[in-house]
Design a protein around this ligand. Sequence first.
Ligand code: FAD
Length: 456
Amino acid sequence: MTSTGTPSIDLRTLIAELPGIEIITDPSQVSKLSQDYYTYSPILQEILGDKRGDLVVRPTTEAAVLHIAKICVKHRVPLTVRGAGTGNYGQCVPLQGGLILDLSNMQKIKWIKPGIACVEPGVKLAALDKQARESGWEMRMAPSTYRKATIGGFIGGGSGGVGSVTYGQLRDRGNLLALRVVTMEDEPRVIELRGDDVYKVAHAWGTNGIITELEIPLGPAYAWAEAIVTFPDFMTAAHFGQALSDSDGMIKKLVCILADPIPGYFAALKTCIPPGSHCALILVAECCLEPFAELVKEFSGTVTYQKTAQEASKGATLVEYSWNHTTLHARSVDPTLTYLQTLFPADKSLKLVEHMYHHFGDEVMMHLEYLRFNGQAIPAALQIVRYTTPERLQAIMDYHEEQGAMIFDPHTCILEDGGRKTVDVTQLQFKQMVDPYGLLNPGKLRAWEERSQYLA
Ligand code: FAD
């Protein structure tokens, strides 16, 4: 293999052993398909900028995935699974070269029953949602990248998103029902995981199995109206967000709160958000618009934009200004900006949010996304940061943790260093069984590098 430090097997030998499977070797295309959206982090830009795979393969069946796995094991070639490549931390960037397994062509929706869908991993979230809605169901939650992102990538690397204010996060029991996983043993096989066993592979960044089929729970479909509500001060907007998220009688899908000057980065919404205002981007069921208007009145907000579900289905939706799309829009105006991922404690008085808002001022611009966490609505945050130095960025994250907020560091490409900060021994044991040569997305799992400490 090439410059990337992988075993020296001639690419032609590998290609010859993969007949009938789409293979991409064109260097510029391979480079493109080696990347994701880690570029939001100046730290990761330094680490990942030159990382490339050696070739990309695009199978369309599970049988082909099994064959590819066998050939990679035979030649000890690293394999990195890719969905749409919209991950944020270089999750699918190959650190040690090798083969990129692009599953975006495995797009079958196998069946949809009341409340459950069975799909292949390359199905786009928007496509699944559209088809489910034909029978009165919808995806419970989706990232703001739902038009591009695949379900395999969402389960492999995502955490939650639009819908999480009602259903919690992917990690919550019940939000993923079953997986079929191809192993990287000498004789690769398919393992079916159900119940809590799905968490052996979910959010493992493709380091311990290749997901080839998923059973995903659905929620009842609603007609989602969109609204922007503006407020003269940020904390009123934040308290409005908490109150809406806590309103059990109101059906909502998105409660996104943005401090000034963030809305100023949204060129297409400029006419709807007066300069200097703080705002809430909301998706609420059309049947709840009347009580929603009462809540807006209670907090003295102003509805500056409202669309019915039908109107909202044409063109860009407010979803594409929320979650990490907020960062995307801000960076398209000022590419030096970066971001944080934070979970604030359950505290309805929002004291820590208020403290951080005043403490950092314009350096850390507040962006809250309400979600359900352990049965309570709490603010998560994707604050936008005016980046200066790595040391300052670290100091900002340290200060949050010292004050009791939980940081999910988006500036690392090591799984445990980002979210969990602890080793998941169950995932590690599963990896030891299904990927004994450590070929899947190597370099991303700290536990694997340090496995002698954790495995008997
Ligand atoms: P990829 O980026 O291709 O892969 C993600 C990870 O999963 C990789 O480690 C990959 O190896 C692994 N993987 C992919 N397919 C498989 C498989 N079949 N088997 C095993 N492992 C696999 N994320 C959220 O959770 N919520 C958000 O709201 C959100 N908003 C975003 C907004 C923007 C603007 C951007 C750029 C990113 C956002 N993300 C968000 C991150 C990302 O878009 C989502 O997690 C998305 O679901 C990833 O899907 P993908 O198909 O692009 O996966």
